[in-house]
Design a protein around this ligand. Structure first.
Ligand SMILES: [Zn+2]
Ligand SMILES: [Zn+2]
Length: 83
């Protein structure tokens, strides 16, 4: 499962490069699928990190996931649908 910016080739490296919009805690946006570990606020948009070589564009969080459906099922975000 690869995570990368949908606009460029930047791949998050697990660093706490994002700030929570609700409580300003620094956290890794991809550790809990956009949820802040401090307050639980869910970020539906994720900015690319310019100072790590990214493009600084803001994308829907889910667009960062390649092979998204499988990952979402793992996370329980999308309920398993009957075929
Ligand atoms: Zn927070
Ligand atoms: Zn980017």
């Amino acid at each position: 499962m690869k995570i990368c910016c949908p606009h460029c080739t930047y791949e998050p490296d697990g660093s706490r490069d994002w700030h929570c919009q609700a409580c300003s805690t620094e956290f890794d946006m991809f550790e809990h699928a956009g949820s802040c570990p401090a307050c639980g606020y869910t970020h539906v948009k994720t900015p690319c990190i310019a100072w790590r070589g990214g493009c600084d564009r803001i994308s829907p969080h889910l667009d960062w996931y390649a092979g998204m459906d499988e990952k979402l099922l793992m996370l329980g975000i999308v309920k398993d649908q009957e075929a």
